[in-house]
Design a protein around this ligand. Structure first.
Ligand code: UTP
Length: 224
């Protein structure tokens, strides 16, 4: 299996969770030992958002605000990468090409953001496209994709499955609740539509959920 794993900053870095980060390192080693190819994209979580706020209050322009957030996401990536030792790439890649080269050399890639104006979802989708991944897992702070924002609506229902077109419609619909926005960024969906890739959105607080998705077990929400 060629897997791109997008780990939400909301999961491992809001606040920083050393045990969970270590748990992900163990999971990545296990996946590699089982012969899977893995590339990981992490976000910067609350520290990234805090840095954006600081930059904004300093009247720095949006691309600069994004740049500090990217730096934070790369710091998170560095932590995870260091824990992987020899199994991991030598450094946090700063381009898709660099990431693909590490993958080609049999290393586990862990990276953060790439350039202003993107999200790490889009980075993950670009990586899927470049390395020809057959699975994208988004490990997030919710159990999957819900009909409404589960943080605000108790009657929100988790979907076991949704197709990319329906998800796009969801996102485009003016009536949709904020929250579904965070499910998967529209730019990422656009890229994923070009090459149909099995995508699973699941609860990232238990790394074992990722293992279940790799094994094809029913978990989270399957997008296809
Ligand atoms: P994300 O919102 O993608 O990461 O990026 P996250 O912290 O994992 O978010 P959750 O956990 O899913 O909620 C955080 C910010 O970093 C900048 C953007 O400002 C983005 O909102 N960023 C990230 C970029 O500018 N470019 C990138 O390539 C990635």
């Amino acid at each position: 299996m060629k897997l791109v794993l997008r780990i939400g900053g909301s999961v491992v870095a809001s606040p920083f969770d050393p045990a969970l980060l270590s748990g992900y390192a163990d999971l990545l080693m296990k996946l590699k030992q089982e012969g899977h190819v893995v590339a990981v994209v992490v976000g910067g979580g609350s520290l990234a958002r805090e840095m954006i706020k600081v930059a904004k209050e300093m009247k720095l322009k949006e691309p600069k605000q994004d740049e500090v957030a990217i730096s934070v996401s790369r710091l998170v990536a560095q932590l995870l990468l260091m824990k992987l030792g020899e199994a991991g790439a030598r450094k946090v890649p700063v381009s898709i090409k660099e990431a693909a080269d590490f993958v080609k050399n049999g290393k586990v890639v862990v990276m953060g953001g790439l350039k202003p104006g993107m999200t790490t979802d889009a980075v993950a989708a670009l990586l899927v496209e470049r390395i020809g991944a057959n699975l994208l897992v988004k490990a997030t702070d919710q159990d999957g994709i819900f009909t409404r924002d589960p943080r605000k609506h108790r009657n929100a229902r988790k979907l076991d499955m949704i197709d990319l077109d329906d998800l796009t419609r969801f996102l485009e619909s003016e009536k949709h609740e904020a929250g579904i926005h965070q499910v998967l960024d529209p730019e990422a969906i656009r890229i994923l539509k070009k090459r149909k890739t099995r995508t699973v959105v699941l609860n990232g607080f238990n790394p074992n959920n990722v293992l279940l998705a790799v094994k094809g077990k029913k978990i989270g929400t399957l997008i296809e």
